[in-house]
Design a protein around this ligand. Structure first.
Ligand code: UD2
Length: 297
């Protein structure tokens, strides 16, 4: 075997070997303890990734909630997505809103379309986060599963700044929350009250994930949203709301159903954070918002 391998290596042109060696990062964690890749600039080659996914002609569902005043974020979200998000892929945007008439007219590239799904106007901002899982689960059941093979569920108060592409596709995909990248497990804001189904014991937890980006194969996300919905309903019946609403339940879910791919903070940054050296490119960033002005209360 050893001989065979060295023979193979000597037959790979030096240029290719150099290119392979460059696809590494020594300064950041690029794989988890359960061997899921963590995607950073310098760990993938877009040409190779596109060579895999483009021929499959996949459609990627993308859900966004734009309820109440958050509808004002939709234009920049969509326009920047058309520039940077899964460019060259079929995208179905599903906009969940209480005001479909106010969805901005944004020119979409070929193969990309937009659907609006009506949701009620909620009184409490927390209610939107709490209900998202249930609306996404229902939409997958009724429509999305017939129309797409992958799905990403995104917040709307965000702007794409750079390539955010097919390297993010995977069976079950989570994003590391930018505010807790360097934090230790004991400072992760998991739900700590045992009465909640989002409860995480002090000895558990790998990363703290953001609720603003999750995705994967439709069936995987169907399971995820269904389980989180069930847990949210049971908690509601006990009159307990997890500390970070559905994000807490999502974090619980990812402990027992490990994501197969993790996205680094490049895929969910925040305009309010000071950049760190490990961050070579910002692909998607949460924009600074005046919470008092945009939330229902
Ligand atoms: C964090 C999470 C968010 C969610 C929330 C839980 C990040 C960056 N964000 O965000 O994903 O888990 O905590 O509470 O990890 N929305 C409306 N109308 C509203 C309020 C919210 O449409 O009046 C939608 C909208 O798509 C928004 C999302 O809900 O992007 C999350 O709400 P947020 O951005 O106000 O929550 P935030 O910043 O606390």
């Amino acid at each position: 075997h050893g001989v065979g391998l060295s023979k193979t290596l000597t037959h790979i042109p030096t240029k290719v070997l150099t290119m392979k060696l460059q696809l590494m990062r020594g300064d950041v964690l690029t794989v988890t303890s359960w061997l899921a890749p963590i995607v950073w600039e310098g760990t993938f080659d877009s040409a190779v990734i596109d060579g895999i996914y483009k021929p499959l002609n996949v459609t990627i569902a993308t859900t966004v909630f734009a309820v109440g005043k958050y509808i004002t974020y939709l234009k920049d979200f969509l326009e920047s997505a058309e520039k940077h998000y899964m460019v060259g892929y079929n995208i179905n945007y599903y906009i969940f809103t209480d005001q479909p008439e106010n969805i901005p007219a944004v020119t979409l590239a070929a193969g990309r379309s937009l659907w609006s799904l009506r949701v009620p106007a909620f009184n409490r901002w927390q209610e939107i986060s709490l209900q998202r899982m249930s609306f996404i689960r229902k939409a997958i059941e009724e429509q999305i599963r017939k129309e797409a093979s992958f799905i990403f569920c995104l917040d709307v108060d965000m702007r794409f700044d750079n390539h955010w592409g097919a390297e993010a596709l995977g069976n079950l995909v989570a994003v590391i929350h930018p505010w807790f990248y360097q934090a230790s497990r004991d400072s992760f804001p998991y739900e700590r009250r045992p009465e909640s189904l989002a409860y995480v014991h002090a000895d558990e937890g790998d990363f703290y994930y953001g609720g603003a980006v999750f995705g994967g194969l439709i069936d995987e996300v169907y399971k995820l949203t269904g389980t989180c919905e069930e847990h949210l309903v049971i908690d509601k019946g006990k009159d307990i709301e997890a500390v970070w609403q559905e994000e807490s339940h999502l974090n619980w879910y990812f402990i027992y159903n490990k994501p197969t791919k993790l996205l680094s903070m490049e895929y969910l940054w925040s305009d309010e954070k000071v950049k760190i050296t490990e961050l070579k490119v910002v692909r998607l960033s949460t924009i600074k918002k005046n919470l008092a002005a945009v939330r229902p209360n």
